[in-house]
Structures are given as structure tokens and as C-alpha cells.
Design a protein around this ligand. Structure first.
Ligand code: ADP
Ligand code: MG
Length: 212
């Protein structure tokens, strides 16, 4: 049997690698009421699995193998996704290690990925470089637990805005240029102009928030 190894213990999930397989297990939060806790974990798991499934036809994402394998106990609905382990470089750790031209090429690919998802009305909801893995020059997106469907330019603009904030916080040295490249890549979207216009409004609003 392949050995199991805990590779991460995120805010709400335990990540367990077993060879080519990665299990994302949403674990109980002590402070939440039990029944509510189970429902929340199950609904986020289902949402993530559905969005991963849908996104797999559009961009690179880990392939899903099983959702909870089999329904085990009726009182514990699905709270675990079994997916492909993407054996690559998590961009939060790696982006700044590359020469700037390579990093910018990657950012352009990130922008193109976001555009493709948005053109299918998928909002990722948590676009940070810790949710992106580079493997064979492809950028895989993971962690769709906060994702949702929407056709609204506002939701798409906010998705991009959160990515800008994440880049500027985590990769402050080149965050500004990185986001410029993201926007370059995003221009393949059929709604690029509208969403980029909206992004300006979102950011203007942000700057004046609390200063009125
Ligand atoms: N399919 C995968 N392949 C490789 N690494 C993964 C995969 N899924 C998650 N990881 C690693 O685990 C970390 C946390 O996983 P993630 O799905 O983002 O959970 P969380 O909701 O806790 O942020 C990621 O940043 C990444 O390093
Ligand atoms: Mg994550």
C-alpha cells in the first residue's frame, strides 16, 4: 500500500497525499454546532467537486477520482474529495523564484485561465497563488470550495480584484507587473472590456471605502 502523508492542514481541510492521489478531507470545526458543521462541510465539498468537474472541460485542474468513495455512514455525508495529485510547483512558493520574464508569462496564463472560467460563468472565489500549481508549463487551478456560478461583470471583476490583492500582498516586489500580465492574458475573454471597466469601479470604490 502506498504510504499516506499529510501535506497540508489548511483553514478547513486536511490534505493527504498517497502517491498519485490527493485526498481533501474537510474536518470538523470544534466551535460549530455538529449538525450545521456536517452540512457546511458537505455542501462545500459538493460545490468544490461540481465546479472541479465543470472546470476540467475548460482549463487544467486536478481530475476527480471519487467523492467519498462510497457513502460510508449516513450521518456523515460526503466531506472528502479524492483527486489527482498535481506534482508541480505551487506558485505561492515558486513564482518569485523564476526570472521575471518567465513569471510574467505564467501570470499571462493565469489571466487566460481566469478568462476561460469566466466565459463559462464560473467564479473561482479564491484566486491566490497558493491555489495554483505549475506543471509542464500549464497552470492548474485548485481549491474551488468558495466558487460559484455567475454571469455578472461585478462578480468577475471582484474575482480579479482579489487576485490583484493577493499578488500585491504575497509577491509585493513585482505584484504590480504580475497583475498587468494577468490582465493581458484576460483579454481573450469575450467580455474582457466590460469586466476590466467594472474592475476599475470596484477598485475606485475600495479606495474610498471608509474615507467618506
Ligand atoms: N490536487 C492537488 N495536487 C497537489 N497539491 C495540492 C492539491 N490540492 C491541494 N494541494 C496543496 O494543498 C494546499 C491546500 O489545498 P487547498 O485545496 O488550497 O485547501 P485549503 O482550502 O485549505 O486552502 C495547496 O495550496 C497545495 O499546496
Ligand atoms: Mg487553498
Amino acid at each position: 500500500m502506498t504510504k499516506e502523508e499529510i501535506i497540508g492542514w489548511g483553514a478547513e481541510a486536511l490534505l493527504i497525499r498517497s502517491g498519485e492521489i490527493l485526498k481533501k478531507r474537510r474536518i470538523k470545526k470544534g466551535y460549530r454546532h455538529n449538525a450545521l458543521d456536517v452540512l457546511l462541510r458537505a455542501s462545500r465539498t459538493r460545490r468544490e467537486a461540481r465546479l472541479l468537474e465543470k472546470a476540467s472541460g475548460i482549463i487544467s485542474v486536478p481530475r476527480i477520482r471519487a467523492i467519498d468513495g462510497m457513502p460510508r455512514e449516513r450521518i456523515e455525508p460526503e466531506t472528502e474529495i479524492e483527486m489527482e495529485f498535481v506534482d508541480g510547483k505551487v506558485l505561492s512558493q515558486w513564482l518569485d523564484e523564476f526570472p521575471l520574464t518567465k513569471a510574467l508569462t505564467i501570470c499571462k496564463k493565469i489571466g487566460a485561465n481566469v478568462a476561460k472560467l469566466h466565459d463559462f460563468d464560473i467564479i473561482h472565489g479564491d484566486l491566490t497563488t497558493s491555489n495554483m500549481i505549475l506543471k509542464q508549463e500549464q497552470v492548474y487551478f485548485i481549491d474551488f470550495g468558495l466558487g460559484f456560478h455567475s454571469a455578472r461583470a461585478e462578480d468577475k471583476a471582484v474575482d480579479l480584484h482579489l487576485l490583484r490583492e493577493a499578488l500585491e500582498a504575497k509577491h509585493f516586489k513585482h505584484g504590480h507587473e504580475y497583475f498587468g500580465a494577468v490582465i493581458e492574458g484576460y483579454k481573450i475573454s469575450k467580455n474582457a472590456r466590460k469586466v476590466i471597466e467594472r474592475l476599475k469601479k470596484v477598485e475606485h470604490r475600495g479606495r474610498y471605502k471608509g474615507k467618506a
